[in-house]
Design a binder for this molecule. Sequence first.
Ligand SMILES: [Zn+2]
Ligand SMILES: [Zn+2]
Length: 712
Amino acid sequence: MPFAKVETQSVDFPALERQILEFWDRTNAFEKRRAKNRGKKCWSFLDGPITANNPMGVHHAWGRTYKDAYQRYFAMTGHDERYQNGFDCQGLWVEVEVEKELGLSSKRDIENLVPGDRFASIDKFVRLCKERVDKFARVQTDQSIRLGMWMDWDRSDADWSKPPDDRKSYFTMSEENNYTIWGFLKKCHERGLVYRGFDSMPWCARCGVGISQMEMHEGYKFVAHKSVFVKFPLRGRTGESLLVWTTTPWTLSSNVAAAVNPDLAYLKVKHRDEIYYVAKGAFTTRRKEEEFKRKEWVEGVPKLKPIDQVFKEKGGFEIVGEVKGADMVGWQYDGPFDELPAQQHSAGYPEDLAEVVLRQKWAPAVTGREAHRVVAWADVGETEGTGIVHIAPGCGAEDFMLGKEQGIPPIAPLDEYGCFLPGFGELTGKSAVDPQTADWILFNLQQKNVLFASEKYPHSYPHCWRCKTELLFRLVDEWFIDMKWRDEIKAVVEQVTFLPESINGKARELDWLSNMGDWMISKKRFWGLALPIWVCDKCSAFDVIGSRDELKNRAISGWDQFEGKPPHRPWVDLVKVKCTRCDGTSSRIGDVGNPWLDAGIVPYSTMGYRKNRAEWEKWFPADFITECFPGQFRNWFYAILAMSTMMANRPPFKVLLGHGLVRDEHGEEMHKSKGNAIDFNEAAAKMGADVCRWLYCRNNPAQNLNFGYTVA
Ligand SMILES: [Zn+2]
Ligand SMILES: [Zn+2]
């Protein structure tokens, strides 16, 4: 017999929950529970820090429900626990929100927050970032209490007026957390793993930061760019040109080479008494016809024309010969911007880059203009452009690699705001992403009689995942940890348990460790870990400082002003130390750290590793951690495993429970912009926290969860 439907409308879950919360408060239930287990066998839970930058969403409540459920279970089975919640505090995500609040649009605005006083401006900005973190850490604390989560919370005004180091929850902005990371970086440095590298990086000109490969994948958008067909006249072959195509006309300023596929056939196309070289397959390709038919297109952009049709419309053509790509290699040509001083600087441009090029022997001491030649590159295809790819090693990741391989000097044209450096004539000061700059370049190419055609070209292009600005590629100097010790981390991963077994967590973690690149640890920003790297003003040797004491002992100036403050910008930047190689003075690099360093050190910084080793041994490694698996296996899980391997060659936890993602009730990703995100407070008020917790607990952690009021 089926059950009759039970009428439950008279039960007000949220009201019941408020009564229970009040009862817990009145009876001091959490403290009593905790006291009962004190001194018994330990069960160590380590919280992955929640970013204290906004109110909690319902998706945060999944992991937090597990965290509470497991801690309660082990309390009921008589275990002593730490009950420590964690907040992630430092990094660009906080900066971007503070910038929005203040209506700032660039790093220059931040540096001029107190007009004319850069130091005071950075100090004020950093203070505002800390204030934002405190504000939302308190909001999230209240929300977590509402969720029914038992932790040792900071509740009173008195709790919150303490410095982060003295509060009950841990804060990654605490001095202890920052200095423990200094110790980690020192260990890396002692093994020779910290290095400064020039690398071609996706770059957000608005935020003024490099974007990691991982972050870049989160920000692709389908947009149309003005693309151009440009003539590169061949030297010693009068009336003959390579026909080159690009979607980023600004990069032509820094062209150094042209690449052909040695195995492809190239046509000699005669048009108005001139010869153009174009790949045979590219000449008649119906470019992006399928996408156009499927309407994967940008509105208002016309269908693309095949290249032969472009020739026809310009007055016709005749095929007068064919040549193999391999036979074109070595041909020299005139570049479209050879008049620029940057093209005439030996070994590339600007000067500090040219120095590295020569020191590391990437290219001989020739100018960009002298180096222009056809090179072979097996990756050149026939479906997108003309089968001849313009190479600017200072403007793209693949170009940079090819440049090193072929010994072509790089010309890097942009500053950190995405504007042309001095040395680029009338382009100097112009922004590369400004459509007016593209117009200026088109006009200039036309004047020089090398512009063959232009069109609007729709394609998927990376944008900043934080602020949605179009990304550029820049050659930048950043700091890295060489990850050649990855096998040591993998050996540590082999010692821990990943649950649920069905998602193959261990295999995915190991796969990531096998394939990840070196760890870029720097960001050229303001609010974050002050990377403890001091560089000599005289001989450019660098040193890594491993602790506050070491800094104090080695300081030759600035300590008095810094004393008593946490190691953040701009105060820590005042401390100068003596170079160990020469009689010069070393200054801290301006960079702040990657926030995964902040979260990755917590198995050490929150359990007393530096101050009370016996206490640390009592709680380390954690018995259990739980977070969203797809979100964290390349982030927090990776960071704690790697850092723990370096610190003590021990696993930081025994068991990891990963769970899926929270989707809306139709299985779609939740986004504020889509309007389908659900605020935690709203859900708690509407359906009650326990209904949310029930939804989370009954779901298979291996599967994503569709969250919504109908489902509930
Ligand atoms: Zn940005
Ligand atoms: Zn020196």
